[in-house]
Design a protein around this ligand. Structure first.
Ligand code: ADP
Length: 495
């Protein structure tokens, strides 16, 4: 009898492998951080080979650590940072160039041209997205246009495109399986979320040869067998990290939503089978489903720099040595004392969508110091989330009373209490913050029969909830300051 489901969770800052048992318990975890490169202002790259190496190392480590055997694993589920583009040679398996990471802004001008050419409504109708450098299409077009030999190889069928899920599956299968799932495809800006297929008009617009694109499958389905450590194991799920987290948090019904505080912040609300079009800067995206089910959709608000602002305090500014120390230093001041940090390091995502805005620190006085900056950085994560909650309530005509949270920075109690206060919601953190990996495991387990139905899933218990205590006048004063700071960050870019 198989005992485990193995989830591979390939994030932006680190990659993990987590072994789940039938009761939903985490039996073993292995994790490795890997670096990004910033070769020019606004550019972000990663080494796809290094990502695979880190993922493979965590896979074996997670088994060895707890003495589990690959034969005991019923299925693998893969979840991944979305939109990031890898192009590789199908014969040698080598990437043609560094992976262009979702945060990379190098194609901002191309996206502005799409807007100026009036193509935004057509793109939104087909893909649920807006022309932004965030999505894969312009990154892939950039590689074909700028990397020596890339276009010729793509046209000859020698170069393949994939987001990270596809790249990992191709590598794990020894170059046999070239597939993606509908949630990852829906973030490329090349995929029609209504017909659920690559869109011919968009492929023409971006000059992308169809032959280089992977086959699209439902998130919970049999992707194929891979041979690992002398054993054959089926890969039974692939899903973008945010859709996986929505599933892992058990948000199966319309109106249920979650916010993940990872590198970025991603708030998704389940819309059922309705592809709701946003009027407030949200994206319409495909939610994870199992083979045979009708397509499901979600509204999404994407914030580019969430937990990453804390990483920046640590790595670039040297203001803290560990991310978790941010709560301690922030609690040393009674409030932000007028200091706001808008972490628009790679532009602003939802609901502002300003590719040119840049990081801005305002409101400093002679009395302001390190603790204020740390506090302002933490608060910026909550303010950005609040902007999304406002936009979603405008779109869907509903107030969210409860916000389920997960991701690395959701461990921060000060941030979670501030979120509850500033958004006037109850913030609920589950006992395990690994909702993303759990979602991939649930999808894989359901699709291979390890669990029989959604009702059969061992959903997580809540560990802690935070209720709002802030006075309304204080809340509106702080929000007012935040919105002025955002205006400052955008005005700077306009000059
Ligand atoms: P990803 O899956 O995008 O790689 P994670 O969910 O692992 O991200 O979260 C990592 C991010 O969370 C990092 O950017 C880190 O700075 C931030 N983070 C981790 N712990 C804390 C904490 N206690 N307080 C604030 N931010 C944190």
């Amino acid at each position: 009898m198989k005992k485990y489901i193995l989830a591979l969770d390939e994030g932006t800052t680190s990659t993990r492998a987590i072994l789940f048992d039938r009761a939903g318990g985490i039996v073993s975890t292995a994790q490795r951080e890997f670096p990004s490169q910033y070769p020019q202002p606004g550019w972000v790259e990663q080494d796809a080979q290094e990502i695979y190496a880190a993922q493979y190392a965590t896979l074996t480590e997670s088994l060895v650590r707890c003495g589990a055997e690959m034969q005991e694993v019923a299925a693998i589920g893969i979840t991944n940072q979305r939109e990031t583009v890898v192009v590789w040679d199908r014969h040698t398996g080598k990437p043609l160039c560094p992976a262009i990471v979702w945060q990379c802004r190098r194609t901002a001008d191309l996206c502005r041209k799409l807007e100026e050419d009036g193509l935004a409504p057509m793109i939104a109708d087909k893909t649920g997205l807006r022309p932004d450098a965030y999505f894969s299409a312009t990154k892939l077009a950039w590689i074909l246009d700028h990397v020596d030999g890339a276009r010729a190889a793509a046209e000859a069928g020698d170069a393949l495109f994939g987001t990270i899920d596809t790249w990992l599956l191709w590598k794990l299968s020894g170059g046999v399986l070239h597939k993606t799932d509908a949630t990852n495809a829906s973030r490329t800006m090349l995929y029609n979320i209504h017909t659920q297929d690559w869109d011919e008009d968009l492929l023409k617009l971006f000059h992308i040869p169809r032959a280089m694109l992977p086959q699209v499958c439902p998130s919970g389905s049999f992707f194929g067998d891979v041979h690992i450590l002398g054993t054959t194991v089926p890969v039974c799920a692939m899903a973008g990290d945010q859709q996986a987290a929505l599933f892992g948090q058990g948000c199966f019904a319309p109106g249920e939503g979650k916010n993940t505080y990872g590198t970025g912040c991603f708030l998704l609300v389940n819309c059922g089978t309705q592809a709701v079009q946003s009027k407030s800067g949200m994206l319409t995206t495909v939610a994870a489903t199992l083979t045979g089910e009708d397509p499901q959709y979600a509204l999404e608000g994407s914030v580019f720099v969430g937990g990453a602002v804390i990483q920046w305090l640590r790595d670039a500014m040297g203001l803290i040595t560990e991310a978790r120390d941010s709560a301690y230093f922030a609690s040393k001041v009674k409030d932000n004392e007028g200091v706001y940090l808008v972490p628009a390091f790679t532009g602003l995502g939802a609901p502002h969508w300003d590719m040119y805005a840049r990081g801005t620190l305002v409101g400093m006085t002679r009395a302001s110091g390190r603790n204020h900056i740390i506090r302002a950085a933490l608060e910026s994560i909550a303010y950005q989330t609040e902007d999304i909650l406002q936009a979603i309530s405008a779109d869907a005509g509903m107030e969210m009373r409860d916000l389920k949270v997960d991701g690395g920075a959701s461990a921060n109690d000060l941030l979670m209490q501030f979120q509850a206060d500033i958004s006037h919601v109850r913030v609920i953190r589950p006992a395990s913050a690994e909702a993303t990996a759990r979602g991939a495991a649930y999808l894989a387990g359901l699709s291979c029969g390890f669990w029989q139905s959604r009702e059969d899933l061992p959903l997580m218990a809540d560990s802690k909830s935070y209720s709002p205590v802030m006075e309304e006048s204080e809340r509106s004063r702080l929000l007012d300051g935040w919105h002025r700071a955002v205006r400052a960050a955008r005005a700077w870019a306009e000059e």
